[in-house]
Design a protein around this ligand. Structure first.
Ligand SMILES: Nc1ncnc2c1ncn2[C@@H]1O[C@H](COP(=O)(O)OP(=O)(O)OP(=O)(O)O)[C@@H](O)[C@H]1O
Length: 483
C-alpha cells in the first residue's frame, strides 16, 4: 500500500490500532486490559460512540455490583398532588445539563413570577430552573426518554426520565442517597430558588391588609458602608439562620430570628434592612404601627405573612412614644410625646397603647408566641435611632437575637463608599481623610451625599475633605465655647 495516498489522520489512526494490538497481546491482567480499553476508546472512538460506550460500561458495572433504582414519581401516591421531589430533582438536573453532551434537549423560557411561592414555575414546562447558558431566562433540561449521569461523593448515579424519574446508584450507596444525596438536591434547589426569587415589599394599610409592590432596592452587603467585622458577623448570622431548620426544630424553638438595628439617623439602618432583604431573597413586610388600631388587626397582619419573609418595624421607639416618652395624664388619657412639657423619658410600660388598642406587649407576644408558630423561616427587624428609649421588654435577652449598631462613618466604611462611587481604593487625599474621619462624627449618608456632588473623583473628594475640615473646626469651636 502506498502510504503517501493515505490521509495523515488515517495514518495515525492505523498506527494507534497497531500499537494497541501489540499492547493487548502482551497485557497480562484484567486491569491492564481495562486500562488499554479506556485508552483505545479515548483515541479511536468518535465522541458520540465514546459516550455510549461509557454509559454501557457503567450500566454493566452497576448491574454487576447490584444496582438500586429509586423511582421518583411525578405525582404523589394518591395521584392528587405534585411530588415536590420530582420537581426538585428535575430542577437540579437542569443545572447539570451540558448542551454539548446531550443528544436532545428540552428548551423553555422561564416566566418570572413574583412572590414567595417556591412552586413558581422554575423551568416552565420542563421543570428546570437554571439559566443554563443562553440567558434571558432560557432553560435547558432533560427530555423525556433521555438519561443523565451525576456524581455525588464519588459515587455515580444515573437518571432516566420517563413518566417518572428513575435514579440508579450502586446498591451499596443506598444510605448515602437517602441520607445525603436527596437532601443535597433539595437544599441545592431551594437555594437556587431563593436566589432567583423576585422580591416584593408589602406595606400595611389601616384596614389591616398588606399591599405589595416590586422591591428593587439596590443596597447589598457590598454597597453597605459598615465596620467589616460587624458586617461579616451579620452575614454569618443570616447564613447560620438559613441552615438551621433542623436545629430550631430539635431545640423546640420557632425558626425565626430578630434583629435590632440602632444608631444615629443616616447611618444605614434602612440600607441594612435592604441588604438583608436582597441577601435572603425574602419578601419584606413593612409594618407601620401607626396604622394598626388593635391587637386583632395586628394579629391578622402578622399571621397572614407567609414563610420566608421579613417583618420590619422602623423607628420602633416612635411607635410606642405615647408610652415610652409620654405618660398618662390625671384622667388616664395617653399623652403624646410631643404634647409633654418635659423631655425626660417616662417610665416604660409595655402594656401601653400605640393606637386605639395596640400594645407593645401585644406586639411582643405575637412575635414570641402566636406569630412565631404560625410560620417558618422568618426574620423580624426593629430599627431605632434611640436604643436607650426602648422599653426594656424589647431588649430582654432572647427577644431580639442580635443587636447591630450602625455607627458614624469610619475609615473602612468610607473606603467602601469611595470604591462604590468612584472605583478607587487610593487617593492623595486619603491620609488626611482617614485622620479627619477618626476625629469627627459624620454619617455615611452625609458622606454619600458629598460624593454624589461630582462625577469627578478629585472634585468630590476635595469637597468631602473640606466638609470634614469644617466639621472638625465646628467641633473645636464648640468645645472651646463650652470650656
Ligand atoms: N452604611 C451605609 N452604607 C451605604 N450607604 C449609606 C449608609 N448609611 C446611609 N447611606 C446612604 O444614606 C441614605 C440614607 O440612609 P438610611 O436611610 O439607610 O439610614 P438610616 O440609618 O436608616 O436613617 P434613619 O434613621 O433616618 O431612617 C441611604 O439611601 C444611602 O444612600
Amino acid at each position: 500500500m502506498d502510504l503517501s495516498t493515505v490521509p495523515a489522520s488515517s495514518l495515525s489512526y492505523g498506527k494507534a490500532v497497531d500499537a494497541y494490538k501489540k499492547a493487548a497481546a502482551t497485557a497480562a491482567t484484567v486491569t491492564a486490559y481495562a486500562v488499554l480499553a479506556r485508552g483505545m476508546a479515548r483515541e479511536l472512538l468518535p465522541d458520540e460512540l465514546r459516550d455510549a460506550a461509557r454509559w454501557a460500561a457503567s450500566f454493566l458495572l452497576r448491574g454487576a455490583a447490584g444496582a438500586r433504582a429509586f423511582v421518583i414519581r411525578r405525582y404523589e401516591d394518591d395521584g392528587r398532588g405534585d411530588n415536590a421531589l420530582f420537581k426538585d430533582a428535575r430542577a437540579y438536573l437542569a443545572t447539570k445539563v451540558d448542551p454539548h453532551a446531550m443528544p436532545r434537549l428540552c428548551l423553555s423560557r422561564r416566566r418570572r413570577r413574583r412572590g414567595n411561592d417556591d412552586d413558581d414555575g422554575y423551568g416552565g414546562a420542563c421543570g428546570g430552573h437554571a439559566d443554563n447558558g443562553g440567558g434571558g431566562g432560557q432553560v435547558l433540561s432533560m427530555e423525556v426518554g433521555d438519561s443523565m449521569d451525576d456524581v455525588f461523593e464519588g459515587a455515580e448515579g444515573h437518571y432516566k426520565e420517563a413518566a417518572s424519574l428513575e435514579l440508579t446508584f450502586d446498591a451499596e450507596h443506598t444510605d448515602m442517597v437517602l441520607g445525603r444525596y436527596i437532601p443535597f438536591i433539595t437544599a441545592n434547589v431551594e437555594e437556587a430558588r431563593r436566589r432567583e426569587r423576585t422580591l416584593q415589599i408589602f406595606s400595611s394599610d389601616n384596614g389591616g391588609s398588606w399591599h405589595g409592590s416590586s422591591y428593587l432596592h439596590p443596597a447589598t452587603f457590598d454597597t453597605l458602608a459598615m465596620e467589616p467585622v460587624r458586617k461579616r458577623s451579620v452575614v454569618a448570622d443570616l447564613d447560620r439562620f438559613l441552615k438551621r431548620k433542623e436545629y430550631y426544630r430539635r431545640i423546640g424553638k420557632a425558626w425565626k430570628r430578630g434583629y435590632l438595628l440602632y444608631g444615629p439617623p443616616g447611618t444605614g439602618k434602612s440600607s441594612l434592612v435592604a441588604a438583608m432583604t436582597n441577601y435572603l431573597r425574602f419578601n419584606l413586610y413593612d409594618l407601620d404601627l401607626s396604622n394598626v388600631n388593635s391587637n386583632s388587626t395586628l394579629q391578622w397582619l402578622l399571621t397572614s405573612m407567609p414563610d420566608k419573609s421579613i417583618l420590619v418595624v422602623e423607628d420602633i421607639d416612635c411607635c410606642f412614644s405615647a408610652r415610652s416618652r409620654g405618660g398618662l395624664d390625671k384622667s388616664g388619657v395617653v399623652q403624646k410625646a410631643d404634647e409633654r412639657t418635659s423631655d425626660a423619658p417616662a417610665p416604660p410600660n409595655k402594656d401601653h397603647l400605640t393606637g386605639d388598642g395596640m400594645t407593645l406587649s401585644g406586639l411582643l407576644n405575637f412575635v414570641d408566641g402566636l406569630w412565631s408558630t404560625s410560620g417558618e423561616e422568618r426574620i423580624i427587624i426593629f430599627t431605632t435611632n434611640y436604643k436607650d428609649r426602648l422599653d426594656p421588654a424589647l431588649l430582654r435577652p432572647g427577644r431580639m437575637d442580635m443587636h447591630v449598631y450602625m455607627g458614624y462613618c469610619g475609615w473602612e466604611a468610607f473606603k467602601t463608599l469611595a470604591e462604590n462611587y468612584f472605583l478607587v481604593d487610593d487617593h492623595p487625599l486619603f491620609p488626611e481623610m482617614q485622620k479627619l474621619l477618626a476625629e469627627v462624627e459624620v454619617t455615611p449618608a452625609e458622606v454619600s451625599e458629598m460624593l454624589l456632588r461630582s462625577e469627578d473623583v478629585d472634585v468630590a473628594l476635595q469637597g468631602l475633605t473640606e466638609f470634614l475640615r469644617e466639621k472638625k473646626q465646628g467641633k473645636q469651636t464648640g468645645e472651646a465655647g463650652q470650656a
